[in-house]
Design a protein around this ligand. Structure first.
Ligand SMILES: [Zn+2]
Length: 147
């Protein structure tokens, strides 16, 4: 009788453990199916993005080609113009141009056209007389006097 009671208790405990495992399995199963639907949604979003990109690519490529051709024209134009500038001046220009979008400014009312620092009268007269290009002592851009 005692053995039968012990056996029954063991069966009960095993049943409880199995029930716990089953509910854990059910939870895991739900989680997996949630993850699977997340994957499906992500794949759909990816396909949509790829489709969108496919449509945009030829347009971007055409724009890029147009820009490349514009840049080549500008380079050609620049090389033509640079031919008449002395090498040291061209070097100065390129150095300044590497740091800012514009390197050359006209004097504006006796001051630097970029930073408004006054240029001494003597230098201004020199620039106006010889057409020489000077470096602004304050901001470092090239300055010329407008004829
Ligand atoms: Zn300046």
């Amino acid at each position: 009788m005692r053995e039968a009671t012990a056996a029954t208790a063991q069966v009960e405990s095993t049943r409880r453990l199995m029930a716990e495992d089953e509910s854990e399995l059910a939870i895991l199963g739900r989680r997996i199916s949630e993850m699977n639907s997340t994957i499906v949604a992500a794949k759909q979003a990816l396909a949509a993005v790829e489709h969108e990109q496919q449509e945009a690519r030829p347009e971007i490529e055409a724009k890029r080609a147009a820009l490349v051709s514009q840049m080549e024209d500008a380079k050609h134009d620049r090389d033509g113009k640079a031919g008449s500038v002395s090498r040291p001046m061209l070097g100065k220009y390129d150095r300044i141009r590497g740091k800012r979008t514009m390197a050359l400014y006209a004097l504006r009312g006796g001051s630097c056209g970029n930073c408004d620092t006054a240029v001494p009268l003597q230098r201004r007269n020199m620039m106006a007389g010889s057409g020489e290009i000077e470096v602004c002592e304050a901001c470092g851009v090239l300055l010329y006097a407008e004829g």
